[in-house]
Design a protein around this ligand. Structure first.
Ligand code: PHE
Length: 503
């Protein structure tokens, strides 16, 4: 190919002269400097055929305008040759030359033309276009003909530009030859069979060659990395993970079992996604369902209930679970049925709400939930439990505010002081589950259950410094972010490090 031609040509020329300068050579043979350098590099890999040294030099080249002038002449010279004996008006010149001002200014300064009334006329017979000649010298690599002052002047006029170029100086090496045999790159079957391999020179392996592509192993999504961190914390604290793999749940387990009345606004289709097909849940445990009906409509266990006609139809509606507490309800019911023993459960999985979507809300998100069932638990145990949990993720100095959940009493929102935002922000919700929820399940009267929950996305947004949840979840997640974001550890997440997240 052409590089082969060039390497051969360099060798031939080197044979008759002592050394070759890559830049001067590129001008001489009218090849790009980079191409000459490539040819030199490939000769260098042959070992000792050539010797190479390099230096950095300032190199001048024409700008686009400079190149045009080198071919067609300077603006002022073109103006001069356009002018007829009679001259022309300034207006006519402006019409003809887009660069009339520059051209006229320079032609006047050179005393090639003068103004005569409204006209511009020639004052000399002929001119010599020094600008064009100088630029032609630069194009030809002979910028040394120009003084530093001239070079600086043309640079200021944006006709030439300078850059630092590494120039290679080539001389004959100890093993110099003009006849290089092409090195064999591969040991083939044919070479072996013919015995030719014995007299073949092989191209050496380049063990330093970089691989073609960077290796990209599988990556956990950042959100899933954070989930595994939270999972680890729960496991360290002796919690067991609940099975959260059914996103579709019956209204019964999502709401009724949790003593959430059927008129509750959260059950409205504006807030909850109901499933059309299959619209009705198959199995709800019959005896337990009747106890739940009773506690809603008549009360019991010291409660007067909500006193409304509870509908079995409503309880059998299928929906996308709105919280993982539905799974906690199933697990607590199971625990009671199998014979109660103290238990600590957790889950971290998806829930769905019919939300108006914005930068901080999606219609689906992940809930983190911890549940502890034991004898005679109180608010002290609840606070102790989630304080220990939040401490593990670097969130200390919690404050609580009473709130309302249909299924817990008392209920507390958990707040932490956010250094970045300079205010208290809600980090979770919690409470002691109501007897109206626990007793119908068959849990003994002296057993209490505490629980707390938070979203996974909120701490994730804070940790990853994102103020748009869509960068974290869904089709707009940048794969690059998944590949490049560092291994996640929650102690990075100490309150003092929290970056201001979202409004
Ligand atoms: N399920 C609650 C929520 O959606 C969180 C919570 C869990 C509250 C357990 C109390 C007890 O916010």
């Amino acid at each position: 190919g052409s590089q082969g031609d060039l390497t051969q040509r360099i060798l031939n020329d080197l044979n008759s002269q002592n050394s070759i300068d890559s830049l001067a050579y590129s001008i001489l043979v009218r090849e790009e400097h980079q191409k000459v350098v490539g040819a030199i590099k490939s000769l260098e890999t042959l070992g000792n055929v050539i010797s190479v040294s390099s230096k950095s030099v300032k190199c001048w080249s024409c700008t686009e305008e400079g190149l045009q002038i080198s071919k067609e002449g300077s603006h002022e010279a073109r103006l001069f040759s356009w002018l007829s004996k009679a001259g022309a008006s300034v207006d006519a010149i402006k019409k003809e030359f887009p660069t009339a001002n520059v051209a006229l200014g320079a032609a006047l300064k050179n005393k090639w033309v003068r103004k005569e009334g409204p006209n511009v006329v020639r004052v000399v017979e002929s001119i010599s276009d020094v600008v064009q000649q100088d630029l032609q010298a630069v194009v030809a690599g002979r910028h040394s003909q120009l003084s530093d002052k001239q070079l600086a002047d043309y640079k200021k006029r944006k006709l030439i530009k300078d850059s630092d170029v590494t120039v290679f100086s080539v001389s004959k090496g100890p093993g110099f030859t003009t006849t290089i045999s092409k090195l064999e790159a591969e040991l083939t079957k044919a070479l072996i069979e013919s015995g030719q391999w014995k007299i073949t020179t092989f191209k050496p392996f380049n063990f330093r060659a970089k691989g073609k592509q960077e290796v990209r192993p599988g990556h956990l999504h950042p959100l899933m990395q954070l989930r595994s961190e939270f999972r680890q914390i729960f496991l360290e604290m002796g919690f067991t993970e609940m099975p959260t793999n059914s996103f579709v749940e019956s209204a019964f387990w999502n709401f009724d079992a949790l003593f959430q009345p059927q008129q509750h606004p959260a059950r409205d289709a504006h807030d909850t996604f109901y499933v059309k097909t299959p619209g009705r849940a198959l199995a709800v445990p019959t005896d337990y369902m009747h106890t739940v009906r009773k506690v809603h409509s008549e009360g019991g266990y010291g409660s007067s209930g909500y006193r409304y006609p509870w509908s079995e139809e409503e309880a059998h509606k299928n929906l996308l679970r709105t919280h993982t507490t539905a799974v906690s309800a199933r697990m607590l019911h199971k625990l009671a049925q199998e014979g109660f023993r103290p238990a600590k459960y957790f889950s971290i999985d998806r829930v769905f709400r019919n939300e108006t979507l914005d930068a901080t809300h999606l219609a689906e998100f992940h809930q983190i939930e911890g549940v502890v069932a034991d004898y005679n638990l109180s608010v002290k145990h609840l606070i102790g439990m989630f304080t220990a949990f939040f401490e593990k993720i670097g969130i200390k100095d919690l404050r609580f505010k009473a709130t309302y959940n249909p299924y817990t009493e008392p209920s507390m929102e958990i707040y932490s002081y956010h250094e970045g935002l300079g205010k208290w922000v809600e980090v979770g919700n919690s409470g002691l589950f109501r007897p109206e929820m626990l007793r119908p399940m068959g849990l003994p009267p002296n057993v209490s259950v505490l629980g707390w929950g938070l979203s996974l996305e909120r701490p994730a947004m804070i940790m990853f410094g994102s103020n748009n949840i869509r960068e974290l979840v869904g089709p707009k997640v940048k794969l690059e972010h998944v590949y490049s974001h560092p291994v996640c550890t929650v102690d990075k997440f100490a309150t003092s490090n929290l970056r201001p997240p979202v409004a």
